[in-house]
Design a protein around this ligand. Structure first.
Ligand SMILES: NC(=O)c1ccc[n+]([C@@H]2O[C@H](COP(=O)([O-])OP(=O)(O)OC[C@H]3O[C@@H](n4cnc5c(N)ncnc54)[C@H](OP(=O)(O)O)[C@@H]3O)[C@@H](O)[C@H]2O)c1
Length: 265
């Protein structure tokens, strides 16, 4: 089933199948992200619509189909695969980030509604995991392979781990739990949003030409050339500079008119 088209017929078919099953666990894992970090104003209407349709509408519709069976049996587990970008706003992945913030808040409300009915709701607050979506290929201390990550989640259902400050949230993979704890207990939120800003700018598809650390770790400048992507031709060949913690400025680009227009706004 392709969730992007939001076809009522598809959901009706799914409902008929689900009604014949005893579904004990629902994992809301399906999601779409921006293909590369992209300023909201330059993102295509189609991708914005698809992210909303898949990450928000699909989440709500599938849960509403599965929930009546769980309620009738007074038991069930709903795992919503959340993201750190739903906790820390992530510039240039703004629609994805907003959709995961929706998932986080909605999980808390739903969890509170369903707690007395024997149904556990958990927003699994995930940092990076090696996957097609993250485009990270090699595991590291902070970025596990899917299998150990999933094992750690499933072994500790109901344990909040590093996400203990938010109801119906969990973060049990130890390095992610540690990162979660550090984010929520050290610097103010705007610090972490600026960290996310810097990170996304050097992420997928972009080449760092120069990473020049100046004065303190919270002050540095980046220069890079966007190496191009099918989703955002406007980035291709753009030489951008980003002076942390301020917003990006385009210094030269073969697509000057697009960027100039953005900057003039
Ligand atoms: N990897 C990370 O670093 C990371 C971090 C935080 C949160 N997450 C969350 O983890 C979850 C899984 O992501 P992932 O990293 O494992 O990425 P992934 O491998 O790309 O998985 C995304 C899943 O969503 C499905 N999907 C996407 N668009 C769909 C559509 N239009 N219709 C039906 N199914 C669709 C994909 O199906 P196909 O396989 O058929 O394409 C795939 O099973 C997501 O909710 C994501 O937000 C991941």
């Amino acid at each position: 089933m392709d969730f992007t088209n939001g076809e009522p017929k598809n959901y009706q078919n799914l409902k008929e199948i689900i009604n014949q099953l005893d579904v004990g666990v629902l994992v809301n894992n399906v999601a779409m992200n921006h293909e590369i970090p992209t300023p909201f104003i330059l993102e295509t209407d189609e991708l914005i619509q698809n992210i909303v349709e898949v990450n928000i509408s699909g989440l709500l519709k599938v849960t509403k189909i599965v929930l009546p069976g769980m309620l009738s049996r007074n038991r069930g587990l709903i795992i919503n695969v959340g993201s750190f970008s739903g906790m820390v706003a992530t510039p240039y992945l703004s629609v994805y980030s907003g959709s995961k913030a929706f998932m986080n808040t909605w999980s808390q409300a739903l969890g509170a509604e369903l707690k007395s009915k024997g149904i556990v709701v958990e927003n699994v607050n995930t940092y990076f995991v090696v996957s097609a979506m993250s485009k990270v290929r090699r595991p590291s201390f902070l970025i596990p392979l899917p299998r150990p990550y999933v094992k750690s989640v499933l072994n500790k259902i109901g344990v909040p781990g590093g996400a203990s400050w938010v109801p119906f949230n969990s973060n049990t993979y130890p390095p992610h739990a540690l990162a979660n704890w550090v984010i929520t207990n050290t610097f103010p939120w705007n610090f972490w949003v600026n960290q996310a800003l810097g990170m996304e700018m050097v992420n997928d598809g972009m080449k760092i030409l120069k990473l020049d650390k100046m004065r303190s770790p919270t002050s540095f400048s980046l220069e890079y050339i966007a190496s191009g992507s099918t989703s955002s031709e406007d980035f291709k060949g753009c030489l951008l500079t980003h002076t942390y913690p301020f917003s990006p400025k385009v210094t030269s680009t073969p697509h000057g008119s697009v960027w100039k227009w953005v900057l003039d706004r």
